[in-house]
Design a protein. Structure first.
Length: 327
Protein backbone atom coordinates (compact mmCIF):
# COMPACT_ATOMS: atom_id res chain seq x y z
CA UNK A 1 0.00 0.00 0.00
CA UNK A 2 2.75 2.37 0.87
CA UNK A 3 4.44 1.60 -2.46
CA UNK A 4 1.21 2.31 -4.30
CA UNK A 5 0.86 5.55 -2.37
CA UNK A 6 4.40 6.55 -3.29
CA UNK A 7 3.73 5.78 -6.97
CA UNK A 8 0.57 7.87 -6.85
CA UNK A 9 2.45 10.77 -5.31
CA UNK A 10 5.16 10.49 -7.97
CA UNK A 11 2.52 10.61 -10.75
CA UNK A 12 0.92 13.65 -9.19
CA UNK A 13 4.27 15.37 -8.99
CA UNK A 14 4.98 14.62 -12.66
CA UNK A 15 1.59 16.11 -13.66
CA UNK A 16 2.34 19.21 -11.61
CA UNK A 17 5.77 19.50 -13.20
CA UNK A 18 4.27 19.02 -16.71
CA UNK A 19 1.68 21.71 -15.95
CA UNK A 20 4.46 24.01 -14.82
CA UNK A 21 6.36 23.32 -18.03
CA UNK A 22 3.23 24.04 -20.14
CA UNK A 23 2.65 27.19 -18.10
CA UNK A 24 6.21 28.30 -18.71
CA UNK A 25 5.82 27.72 -22.49
CA UNK A 26 2.60 29.72 -22.61
CA UNK A 27 4.18 32.42 -20.50
CA UNK A 28 7.20 32.56 -22.78
CA UNK A 29 4.87 32.74 -25.82
CA UNK A 30 3.10 35.73 -24.36
CA UNK A 31 6.46 37.35 -23.75
CA UNK A 32 7.32 36.87 -27.40
CA UNK A 33 4.30 38.94 -28.37
CA UNK A 34 5.19 41.69 -25.91
CA UNK A 35 8.94 41.30 -25.67
CA UNK A 36 10.95 42.58 -22.78
CA UNK A 37 14.68 42.21 -22.41
CA UNK A 38 15.38 38.63 -23.60
CA UNK A 39 16.73 36.27 -20.99
CA UNK A 40 19.54 35.06 -23.22
CA UNK A 41 20.86 38.62 -23.58
CA UNK A 42 21.41 39.00 -19.83
CA UNK A 43 24.61 37.42 -18.52
CA UNK A 44 23.97 34.84 -15.78
CA UNK A 45 24.93 35.71 -12.25
CA UNK A 46 27.85 33.84 -10.80
CA UNK A 47 25.80 33.01 -7.72
CA UNK A 48 22.88 31.51 -9.66
CA UNK A 49 22.23 27.80 -9.20
CA UNK A 50 22.20 25.13 -11.86
CA UNK A 51 18.40 24.84 -11.60
CA UNK A 52 17.97 28.49 -12.63
CA UNK A 53 20.35 27.91 -15.55
CA UNK A 54 18.31 24.90 -16.63
CA UNK A 55 15.07 26.91 -16.47
CA UNK A 56 16.69 29.74 -18.43
CA UNK A 57 17.83 27.35 -21.13
CA UNK A 58 14.31 25.94 -21.31
CA UNK A 59 12.86 29.42 -21.80
CA UNK A 60 15.44 30.22 -24.47
CA UNK A 61 14.71 27.02 -26.30
CA UNK A 62 10.95 27.61 -26.12
CA UNK A 63 11.28 31.21 -27.32
CA UNK A 64 13.45 30.20 -30.27
CA UNK A 65 11.10 27.41 -31.26
CA UNK A 66 8.06 29.68 -31.06
CA UNK A 67 9.78 32.43 -33.07
CA UNK A 68 10.82 29.93 -35.72
CA UNK A 69 7.30 28.52 -35.86
CA UNK A 70 5.82 32.02 -36.13
CA UNK A 71 8.25 32.94 -38.93
CA UNK A 72 7.36 29.83 -40.93
CA UNK A 73 3.67 30.56 -40.38
CA UNK A 74 4.07 34.19 -41.51
CA UNK A 75 6.01 33.18 -44.61
CA UNK A 76 3.34 30.63 -45.52
CA UNK A 77 0.57 33.22 -45.16
CA UNK A 78 2.52 35.76 -47.22
CA UNK A 79 3.08 33.25 -50.01
CA UNK A 80 -0.59 32.34 -49.98
CA UNK A 81 -1.64 35.97 -50.39
CA UNK A 82 0.96 36.48 -53.13
CA UNK A 83 -0.43 33.51 -55.03
CA UNK A 84 -3.97 34.82 -54.66
CA UNK A 85 -2.90 38.25 -55.92
CA UNK A 86 -1.15 36.74 -58.93
CA UNK A 87 -4.18 34.60 -59.73
CA UNK A 88 -6.51 37.60 -59.46
CA UNK A 89 -4.22 39.72 -61.63
CA UNK A 90 -4.05 36.99 -64.25
CA UNK A 91 -7.83 36.68 -64.24
CA UNK A 92 -8.28 40.45 -64.68
CA UNK A 93 -5.78 40.53 -67.53
CA UNK A 94 -7.62 37.71 -69.27
CA UNK A 95 -11.05 39.29 -68.84
CA UNK A 96 -10.18 42.97 -69.35
CA UNK A 97 -7.08 43.33 -71.51
CA UNK A 98 -8.23 41.12 -74.34
CA UNK A 99 -11.47 43.03 -74.99
CA UNK A 100 -9.60 46.36 -74.77
CA UNK A 101 -6.96 45.21 -77.24
CA UNK A 102 -9.64 43.77 -79.48
CA UNK A 103 -11.66 47.00 -79.38
CA UNK A 104 -8.62 49.12 -80.17
CA UNK A 105 -7.65 46.84 -83.03
CA UNK A 106 -11.17 47.07 -84.44
CA UNK A 107 -11.07 50.87 -84.14
CA UNK A 108 -7.75 51.09 -86.01
CA UNK A 109 -9.11 48.88 -88.79
CA UNK A 110 -12.13 51.18 -89.18
CA UNK A 111 -9.84 54.22 -89.12
CA UNK A 112 -7.75 52.88 -91.99
CA UNK A 113 -10.93 52.04 -93.89
CA UNK A 114 -12.13 55.65 -93.65
CA UNK A 115 -8.73 56.88 -94.77
CA UNK A 116 -8.75 54.66 -97.84
CA UNK A 117 -12.06 56.16 -99.01
CA UNK A 118 -10.55 59.67 -99.24
CA UNK A 119 -8.46 61.15 -102.01
CA UNK A 120 -5.16 62.31 -100.57
CA UNK A 121 -3.43 64.57 -99.79
CA UNK A 122 -6.26 66.51 -98.22
CA UNK A 123 -4.54 69.84 -98.89
CA UNK A 124 -2.48 70.95 -101.87
CA UNK A 125 -0.96 74.25 -102.89
CA UNK A 126 -4.00 74.86 -105.07
CA UNK A 127 -6.69 73.94 -102.52
CA UNK A 128 -4.99 75.86 -99.72
CA UNK A 129 -5.45 79.20 -101.44
CA UNK A 130 -8.00 81.42 -99.71
CA UNK A 131 -8.81 84.81 -101.17
CA UNK A 132 -11.77 87.17 -101.21
CA UNK A 133 -12.64 90.29 -103.11
CA UNK A 134 -13.07 92.97 -100.44
CA UNK A 135 -15.80 95.59 -100.80
CA UNK A 136 -14.93 98.97 -102.24
CA UNK A 137 -12.92 100.97 -99.70
CA UNK A 138 -13.93 104.51 -98.68
CA UNK A 139 -13.21 107.19 -101.25
CA UNK A 140 -10.87 108.86 -98.81
CA UNK A 141 -8.35 106.25 -97.73
CA UNK A 142 -7.52 108.28 -94.64
CA UNK A 143 -11.02 107.74 -93.29
CA UNK A 144 -11.68 104.95 -90.86
CA UNK A 145 -13.59 101.91 -92.19
CA UNK A 146 -17.32 102.18 -91.64
CA UNK A 147 -19.50 99.61 -89.91
CA UNK A 148 -21.05 98.62 -93.23
CA UNK A 149 -17.62 98.06 -94.76
CA UNK A 150 -16.54 95.91 -91.79
CA UNK A 151 -19.76 93.90 -91.86
CA UNK A 152 -19.55 93.32 -95.61
CA UNK A 153 -15.93 92.23 -95.37
CA UNK A 154 -16.66 89.78 -92.53
CA UNK A 155 -19.66 88.34 -94.40
CA UNK A 156 -17.59 87.64 -97.50
CA UNK A 157 -14.90 85.94 -95.45
CA UNK A 158 -17.46 83.74 -93.68
CA UNK A 159 -19.28 82.70 -96.87
CA UNK A 160 -16.00 82.02 -98.65
CA UNK A 161 -14.85 79.90 -95.69
CA UNK A 162 -17.97 77.75 -95.88
CA UNK A 163 -17.55 77.34 -99.64
CA UNK A 164 -13.94 76.32 -99.07
CA UNK A 165 -14.76 73.65 -96.49
CA UNK A 166 -17.53 72.25 -98.69
CA UNK A 167 -14.94 71.42 -101.36
CA UNK A 168 -12.87 69.28 -98.99
CA UNK A 169 -12.92 65.53 -99.66
CA UNK A 170 -13.39 64.55 -96.00
CA UNK A 171 -16.25 66.99 -95.59
CA UNK A 172 -17.97 65.71 -98.73
CA UNK A 173 -17.79 62.13 -97.41
CA UNK A 174 -20.07 63.02 -94.49
CA UNK A 175 -23.86 63.03 -94.48
CA UNK A 176 -25.46 66.39 -95.20
CA UNK A 177 -26.91 66.77 -91.70
CA UNK A 178 -23.51 66.04 -90.15
CA UNK A 179 -21.95 68.69 -92.40
CA UNK A 180 -24.50 71.27 -91.25
CA UNK A 181 -23.98 70.43 -87.58
CA UNK A 182 -20.20 70.68 -87.84
CA UNK A 183 -20.38 74.10 -89.49
CA UNK A 184 -22.93 75.37 -86.98
CA UNK A 185 -20.75 74.27 -84.05
CA UNK A 186 -17.39 75.38 -85.43
CA UNK A 187 -17.98 78.32 -87.76
CA UNK A 188 -16.33 80.81 -85.39
CA UNK A 189 -12.76 79.35 -85.35
CA UNK A 190 -13.08 78.75 -89.10
CA UNK A 191 -14.02 82.41 -89.59
CA UNK A 192 -11.24 83.74 -87.32
CA UNK A 193 -8.52 81.72 -89.06
CA UNK A 194 -9.78 82.84 -92.47
CA UNK A 195 -9.86 86.42 -91.21
CA UNK A 196 -6.22 86.12 -90.12
CA UNK A 197 -5.23 84.40 -93.36
CA UNK A 198 -6.46 87.26 -95.55
CA UNK A 199 -5.51 90.01 -93.10
CA UNK A 200 -3.32 91.82 -95.60
CA UNK A 201 -6.05 91.77 -98.24
CA UNK A 202 -8.68 93.39 -96.03
CA UNK A 203 -6.25 95.49 -93.93
CA UNK A 204 -7.33 93.71 -90.76
CA UNK A 205 -4.98 95.68 -88.54
CA UNK A 206 -6.71 98.92 -89.52
CA UNK A 207 -10.15 97.38 -88.94
CA UNK A 208 -9.20 96.13 -85.48
CA UNK A 209 -7.64 99.46 -84.51
CA UNK A 210 -10.80 101.31 -85.53
CA UNK A 211 -13.05 98.92 -83.62
CA UNK A 212 -10.87 99.01 -80.51
CA UNK A 213 -10.98 102.80 -80.45
CA UNK A 214 -14.77 102.85 -80.72
CA UNK A 215 -15.30 100.22 -78.02
CA UNK A 216 -12.93 102.04 -75.69
CA UNK A 217 -14.70 105.35 -76.22
CA UNK A 218 -18.12 103.78 -75.71
CA UNK A 219 -16.86 101.86 -72.68
CA UNK A 220 -17.70 98.38 -73.94
CA UNK A 221 -15.12 96.29 -72.06
CA UNK A 222 -16.40 92.88 -73.17
CA UNK A 223 -16.18 93.72 -76.86
CA UNK A 224 -12.88 95.48 -76.32
CA UNK A 225 -11.36 92.38 -74.67
CA UNK A 226 -12.54 90.10 -77.46
CA UNK A 227 -11.04 92.38 -80.09
CA UNK A 228 -7.77 92.42 -78.19
CA UNK A 229 -7.68 88.62 -78.30
CA UNK A 230 -8.16 88.65 -82.06
CA UNK A 231 -5.46 91.30 -82.35
CA UNK A 232 -3.07 89.14 -80.28
CA UNK A 233 -3.75 86.17 -82.53
CA UNK A 234 -3.01 88.32 -85.56
CA UNK A 235 0.40 89.27 -84.12
CA UNK A 236 1.20 85.67 -83.16
CA UNK A 237 0.27 84.18 -86.54
CA UNK A 238 2.17 86.92 -88.36
CA UNK A 239 5.21 86.24 -86.20
CA UNK A 240 5.02 82.52 -87.07
CA UNK A 241 4.52 83.38 -90.76
CA UNK A 242 1.86 80.70 -91.11
CA UNK A 243 1.63 79.39 -94.67
CA UNK A 244 -1.57 78.82 -96.63
CA UNK A 245 -1.14 75.03 -96.32
CA UNK A 246 -0.75 75.30 -92.55
CA UNK A 247 -3.82 77.53 -92.36
CA UNK A 248 -5.79 74.95 -94.36
CA UNK A 249 -4.86 72.02 -92.11
CA UNK A 250 -5.59 74.02 -88.96
CA UNK A 251 -9.02 75.01 -90.27
CA UNK A 252 -9.83 71.40 -91.13
CA UNK A 253 -8.70 70.29 -87.70
CA UNK A 254 -11.02 72.81 -86.03
CA UNK A 255 -14.04 72.01 -88.19
CA UNK A 256 -13.70 68.23 -87.71
CA UNK A 257 -14.19 68.61 -83.99
CA UNK A 258 -17.09 66.49 -82.67
CA UNK A 259 -17.23 68.28 -79.33
CA UNK A 260 -20.66 66.85 -78.50
CA UNK A 261 -20.53 63.09 -79.08
CA UNK A 262 -24.31 62.69 -78.72
CA UNK A 263 -24.84 64.79 -81.83
CA UNK A 264 -22.62 62.46 -83.87
CA UNK A 265 -23.47 59.06 -82.42
CA UNK A 266 -23.47 57.41 -85.86
CA UNK A 267 -20.54 59.32 -87.39
CA UNK A 268 -18.26 60.05 -84.44
CA UNK A 269 -15.62 57.45 -85.37
CA UNK A 270 -15.61 58.63 -88.97
CA UNK A 271 -15.12 62.29 -87.99
CA UNK A 272 -12.44 61.38 -85.49
CA UNK A 273 -10.63 59.26 -88.09
CA UNK A 274 -10.57 62.23 -90.49
CA UNK A 275 -9.25 64.48 -87.74
CA UNK A 276 -6.39 62.07 -87.01
CA UNK A 277 -5.64 61.94 -90.74
CA UNK A 278 -5.54 65.76 -90.89
CA UNK A 279 -3.08 65.84 -88.01
CA UNK A 280 -0.96 63.11 -89.62
CA UNK A 281 -0.72 64.94 -92.94
CA UNK A 282 0.16 68.24 -91.28
CA UNK A 283 2.89 66.50 -89.26
CA UNK A 284 4.26 64.75 -92.36
CA UNK A 285 4.21 68.02 -94.29
CA UNK A 286 6.22 69.80 -91.61
CA UNK A 287 8.64 66.88 -91.26
CA UNK A 288 9.31 66.88 -95.01
CA UNK A 289 10.01 70.60 -94.87
CA UNK A 290 12.29 70.06 -91.87
CA UNK A 291 14.34 67.46 -93.75
CA UNK A 292 14.73 69.65 -96.82
CA UNK A 293 15.32 73.06 -95.26
CA UNK A 294 16.31 72.46 -91.59
CA UNK A 295 13.01 74.01 -90.57
CA UNK A 296 11.84 74.58 -86.99
CA UNK A 297 11.45 71.08 -85.52
CA UNK A 298 8.95 72.36 -82.93
CA UNK A 299 6.73 74.13 -85.43
CA UNK A 300 3.88 71.62 -85.19
CA UNK A 301 3.66 72.20 -81.45
CA UNK A 302 3.83 75.96 -81.88
CA UNK A 303 0.90 75.88 -84.31
CA UNK A 304 -1.27 73.55 -82.25
CA UNK A 305 -0.71 75.60 -79.10
CA UNK A 306 -2.43 78.55 -80.79
CA UNK A 307 -5.70 76.69 -81.29
CA UNK A 308 -6.97 76.80 -77.67
CA UNK A 309 -6.91 80.62 -77.86
CA UNK A 310 -9.63 80.46 -80.50
CA UNK A 311 -11.95 78.72 -78.05
CA UNK A 312 -11.69 81.71 -75.69
CA UNK A 313 -13.38 84.03 -78.18
CA UNK A 314 -17.05 84.65 -77.45
CA UNK A 315 -19.34 83.79 -80.36
CA UNK A 316 -22.16 86.18 -79.47
CA UNK A 317 -19.81 89.16 -79.13
CA UNK A 318 -18.15 88.40 -82.48
CA UNK A 319 -21.61 88.31 -84.06
CA UNK A 320 -22.40 91.73 -82.61
CA UNK A 321 -19.10 93.22 -83.78
CA UNK A 322 -18.75 91.82 -87.30
CA UNK A 323 -22.26 90.82 -88.34
CA UNK A 324 -24.44 93.50 -86.78
CA UNK A 325 -26.03 94.23 -90.14
CA UNK A 326 -27.05 90.59 -90.63
CA UNK A 327 -28.53 89.77 -87.21
Amino acid sequence: MQSFSNNKNDSAMRIVNENKTLHSILSSKSRVKTPTTPVFLSPPSSSSSSSISTTTNLHIDCNMKIETSNNHHTIAITRAFDNLAKAASHTRSNTNNKPVVSTQHHYLINEKYYWEQIERPLVTEMTSIFTITPPAPPANLDLQPTNSFICETASRILFQSIDWIKCNACFQALDTQIQITLVQNNWLPLFILSLLQCSSTVNLLNILTTLLTKKLENYEPNKYNQLRRIQSLLYEFDRLQVTSIEYAYLKLMLVFNPSHRNEFSQSYDQIDAYRVLIYKELRDCLNDRLLSTSYDELRLGRLLLKLPSLAEIDTSIVEEIFFVGLI
